[in-house]
Design a binder for this molecule. Sequence first.
Ligand SMILES: [Cu+2]
Length: 262
Amino acid sequence: MVKSILFFELWDEYVLWSLFVGILTFGWLFHHSFWYTSKEGEEFENPDKIEVGVFPKHNDDMKLEVAWTILPFILIVYLTYISWAPLDAVWTSADGGIHGNECTIDPVTGELQSSENNMNEKTGIITSSCYHIIEVTAQQWFWSFDCNPNDDAWKGDTIPTRGFNLSTSMCDVGNIAIDGYGSQPLLSLKSGETYLAVMESQDVTHAPWVQTIGTKEDVLPGQKTTLWLPVTDIDMGTSMILCTEYCGDAHSIMSAGLLVHN
Ligand SMILES: [Cu+2]
């Protein structure tokens, strides 16, 4: 299964830099810890004239100080730069952002508009002409999905209650048996469509991690949060949604399936 380009490439880049910095730092630390340890019974020469309780100011090295301030700073600026567009995409506005506004019934054809989402091959960012609202509710320890929420409270009551229902080919809820997890809820979505999950928790904080799309968002009690699910044909098939915010005893098996079909 090919994974969503946008976040997985970013993930790889972060892992590579973390490895590089980690190996350099810990390699240096361990090397110096062992290399400069005085041996048992050996006379300690103290070539650096270090005294207990006195800062060794005579060993000051301005070039070194500047180097290890500037180099990590450049790395942080670079990582911020490459994260900017993906972060902007994952938190785009539901009010005419990169996924437009909520899809409605086309007055001419009488049919529900399609998101016709489209991935930019170079950046991995997906844009849509409109989106469909679904609802996700979390509680200890399961997820529930509602394809046709009758709830307009999430945007400050400015959006009227939707006057139509998503067909089961657009969005459907069922069950799936997952090895090691038992029977779990299954959310079926259509490839090429973009969904906005409006989420709330009944008890404590949870967070769905949609593995193929590579995104997650906290779900809170008493406050609605949103998560974009732009599904494309690279997400096709069944994948898992896992809870990634520790929420009690059965947190580790709090899961669901996501089925993306044509
Ligand atoms: Cu949870």
